[in-house]
Design a protein around this ligand. Structure first.
Ligand code: SLL
Length: 250
């Protein structure tokens, strides 16, 4: 029996799409506190989900729900269109549940991830942490992630790969400028606002290659030491005789 329309899957195909998520926070300037912020709040912060280099991801991501700490009024925030972000003020750090709702054509179930809101400097040595605090630096906690669509339904496959015209928002007959088919490519080079690029990926691979070599060098060194110790042990057994372990004090 043929599968009902819209549910036929592209067998043997996996499609991934990269995205960024995280938080940014900045302490209030005591001389210029936002008037609307409650007295015990100390920071302005933002939690977000976005495309690499701000690429539009709404052709696969329909909406995003952010579940904040229960101390917030209306702690469940559903963001129905990009930018997928919530801006707030507060005093404490907590885990935010971020739930992804995919476009309905995908027939994919929602997926949830967690991210810890960071308000205080947490990277670098004590001196650097102090400096960040003093300068009221932006505290950014950013993660790269990829969502994997396993054997997507045909219509969603087309939407992901640009096989179908993706028109949004303006209804039937909307012309718009034809867009390049969406891809999962990250940019070749990094830019001021984006460090996720093939260039950085290449550097990371080089670093990993160097680290693997270093681990192999250390392992060889340890093996050589072990060999010497084994030889010394064998020598001692020969000269002292018998099992050294059983040489108990009498
Ligand atoms: C902590 N476990 O103790 C965490 C809780 C709560 C954060 C953090 C303000 C909410 C409000 C706020 O920052 N809540 O009162 O509007 O650090």
């Amino acid at each position: 029996m043929p599968a009902p329309a819209g549910t036929k899957r592209v067998r043997g195909v996996q499609i991934y799409r990269p995205f960024l998520y995280g938080t940014e926070a900045i302490p209030f300037d005591p001389a210029n506190r936002p008037k609307d912020a409650p007295a015990d709040h100390t920071h302005r912060w933002k939690v977000f989900v976005r495309g690499i280099n701000n690429e539009d991801i709404s052709y696969w991501l329909r909406k995003v729900q952010f579940k904040l700490h229960d101390t917030y009024a209306n702690s469940v925030r559903m963001i129905e269109s990009p930018p997928f972000e919530v801006e707030e003020t507060g005093w404490g750090e907590f885990e935010i549940a971020i739930k992804f709702y995919f476009v309905p054509e995908s027939t994919e179930k929602p997926q949830q991830i967690w991210h810890g809101l960071k308000l205080h400097p947490y990277q670098g040595d004590a001196e650097h942490l102090e400096l960040q605090k003093k300068n009221r630096a932006l505290i950014s906690s950013l993660c790269y992630e990829e969502v994997l669509f396993n054997e997507p339904v045909e219509i969603f496959y087309d939407m992901l790969t640009g096989g179908a015209q993706v028109t949004k928002g303006r209804g039937k007959g909307s012309k718009g400028t034809p867009k390049a088919p969406p891809t999962a490519q990250i940019p070749d080079k990094s830019s001021a606002g984006n460090k996720y690029s093939k260039e950085e990926e290449g550097k990371e691979l080089d670093r990993l290659g160097e680290a693997v070599k270093e681990v192999e060098r250390l392992a060889d060194e340890e093996r050589a030491k072990l060999l010497v110790q084994e030889r010394q042990h064998a020598e001692l057994v020969k000269t002292e005789g018998g099992d050294l372990k059983s040489n108990k004090k009498k």
